[in-house]
Design a protein around this ligand. Structure first.
Ligand code: DOR
Ligand code: ZN
Ligand code: ZN
Length: 448
């Protein structure tokens, strides 16, 4: 007979008594990442897709043995461009983007507003919500563009945050002048929502010969322009949750910290370097940096000194990427391979698993204020089954990006074998399976 729940009064004849903790529907047993390390334990998940318990031993439930595999929280990608809405024939949409996210171990994405048309009005954000509801296979946090004239309080009810472009890049979103920017940041600070910044100062761009490779692209949009943009935000409102996207150097990470902002590093700035052979597939804003800078950023990342990881997944059609270097668009796909590339670094012993989980799951969840990012009771049951023996070479033809190319061709990676979103399996044996539990995530509007 189960113990009576605490505080219950005398029981009438025939009345059912529930144990104080319901038994989980499913129990996963094996090596789980819990409180900063791998432990032999059991994790119970209920039918609503919540983690109900993690302990040495749990009672009941359908039992799943992990064998040689380990259980990790799903990642959260703070930065993708899923190009939805977009014109007919656009290279990505919410369906194709979220399939890649699912396969890459990402259970939630922050989706950027430089779409066609750009997400600058309440109406467009509402429509974006409908698109997410009908197409997305993982959770999506839609962001609004922070440009002069936007209705910040209105957008705060339908967007999960704001994106500020301080330099010219895909989408031609207007960069507000200094005074306008100050006013916009003040009004976002009042909403409590975050602002993510593309930090490049066009006043410091080079005007030499047209760039022909990733070396000269780096010189055209130098590190000094990134540092200048970050530092120009130093007088931001103190209550603002400010986040600097794609830091390309240790100095950029430090500059962000000094102004009280968080930062992310991308897999391309961590793993690829500028070179005189670098072609348009590696053309990105801000640019890849010289090998010594890449190495220095990687070392900071290894030491856990870069707060977060994000893909900046920004695919473009191969036809457009095949234009001469100066005319080709900037951006590269990364959402499917980001975590697998870094799991391979863990397998090789060049990155601590704890560091990777921290930057890809735990901190992004805390930053966004969503109940996930760790295998803890009360959190959504978003998790991955990873087997380090199941590694394979990345090939564009076996990835799921409609753009059909990858700058990581031939690199080793460890793809998750299984991915669960709210307890429902969306990747099985490394293959995508459609689920029903993806959502638009909006932080609770202020005052509710
Ligand atoms: O390289 C980039 N591509 N940088 C950006 O800021 C935007 C992105 C895109 O949307 O293509
Ligand atoms: Zn950017
Ligand atoms: Zn971006």
């Amino acid at each position: 007979m189960p113990a009576r729940p605490r505080g219950s009064t005398r029981r009438r004849e025939g009345e059912h008594v529930y144990p104080s903790k319901p038994e989980p529907a499913t129990v996963y047993e094996g090596r789980l990442f819990h409180r900063g390390r791998l432990v032999e334990a059991e994790m119970g998940v209920d039918d609503d897709g919540k983690i109900v318990a993690v302990a040495k031993q749990l009672r009941g439930g359908r039992r799943i043995h992990l064998g040689e595999s380990i259980l990790l929280p799903s990642s959260i990608d703070l930065h993708v461009h899923f190009r939805d809405p977009g014109p007919p024939g656009e290279v990505e949409d919410l369906a194709s983007g979220t399939v890649q996210a699912a396969l890459g171990g990402i259970g939630a994405v922050v989706d950027m507003p430089n779409t066609i048309p750009p997400l600058t009005t309440v109406e467009r954000l509402e429509e974006k919500g409908d698109r997410i509801a009908s197409r997305a296979w993982v959770d999506v946090l839609p962001y609004a563009a922070l440009i002069p004239g936007v209705d910040v309080p209105g957008l705060a009810r339908v967007a999960a945050g704001f994106k500020l472009f301080m330099g010219p890049t895909t989408g031609d979103l207007v960069t507000p002048a200094d005074e306008e920017r100050r006013a916009l940041l003040e009004s976002v600070a009042r909403t409590g929502l975050p602002v993510h910044v593309h930090a490049e100062d066009a006043a410091l761009f080079g005007h030499g010969h047209p760039p022909q490779d990733t070396d000269t692209w780096d010189q055209a949009r130098p590190m000094s322009s990134e540092l200048s943009a970050i530092r120009s935000l130093r007088d931001h409102p103190r209550s603002l949750r400010l986040h600097i996207c794609h830091a390309t150097s240790p100095e950029a990470v430090v500059a962000a910290r000094e102004i009280g902002a968080s930062t992310e590093a991308t897999p391309h700035h961590l793993l690829l370097a500028a070179s005189q052979f670098g072609n348009t597939q590696q053309k990105v804003n801000p640019p890849l940096r010289p090998e010594r800078v890449r190495q220095a950023l990687w070392e900071e990342f290894q030491k856990g000194r870069v707060p977060m990881l994000a893909s900046d997944h920004a695919p473009h059609a191969l036809a457009r990427k095949s234009l001469p270097f100066p005319d080709a668009p900037s951006g590269l796909p990364g959402v499917e391979v980001m975590l697998p590339l870094l799991l391979e670094q863990v397998r090789r012993g060049s990155l601590e698993l704890a560091t990777l989980v921290q930057v890809s799951a735990r901190r992004p969840a805390l930053f966004l204020g969503v109940p996930r990012g760790s295998l803890a009771p009360g959190n959504e049951a978003d998790f991955l089954v990873v087997d380090f023996r199941a590694r394979r070479k990345i090939e564009a033809r076996s990835l799921h990006a409609p753009c059909g190319w990858t700058p990581y061709e031939g690199r080793e990676a460890v793809f998750p074998q299984e991915h669960y979103l709210r307890g429902e399996r969306i990747v099985e044996g490394g293959e995508f399976v459609p689920g029903r539990r993806a959502r638009r995530l909006l932080p609770r509007p202020p005052g509710t």
